[in-house]
Design a protein. Structure first.
Length: 122
């Protein structure tokens, strides 16, 4: 697991997470490719019950939520840690369609989510 950045598990326990083998199966790729996505900053992992997991809200039927990787990049460029990114993505915001940034991304409002992420850098 070395080299894989891991966020603190700041998620509510009700937020479903998938262990890496399940992420690999859902995406139709190897576990090594999933680890590479984590290292490259396309996904964020947490350690839950001693196992590396990824929030299930990061996925839709045909893969990773559109705009998630770009949003993670923007947040990282703004100085956010992985833990802060995760907290921001799952924090309720009634001014966003979908009530949280991750839900807004899931409902095709990625432009607004990225705009807000960029604005936090200034």
């Amino acid at each position: 697991m070395s080299g894989i950045p891991v966020a603190d598990d700041v998620l509510d326990t009700a937020v479903a997470v998938l262990p890496l083998p399940e992420v690999a199966a859902a995406l139709g790729i190897s576990a090594n490719k999933v680890r590479q996505l984590l290292r490259d900053g396309h996904l964020i992992a947490v350690k839950r019950d001693g196992e590396l997991c990824v929030p299930s809200d990061f996925f839709v039927a045909d893969g990773v939520v559109k705009g998630l990787a770009g949003t993670i990049t923007v947040l990282g460029d703004s100085g956010f840690t992985r833990t802060e990114m995760l907290r921001w993505l799952f924090t309720a915001d009634d001014t966003l369609p979908g009530t949280t940034p991750i839900n807004a991304l899931r409902t095709s409002h990625g432009t607004e989510v990225k705009r807000r992420a960029q604005a936090m850098a200034f």
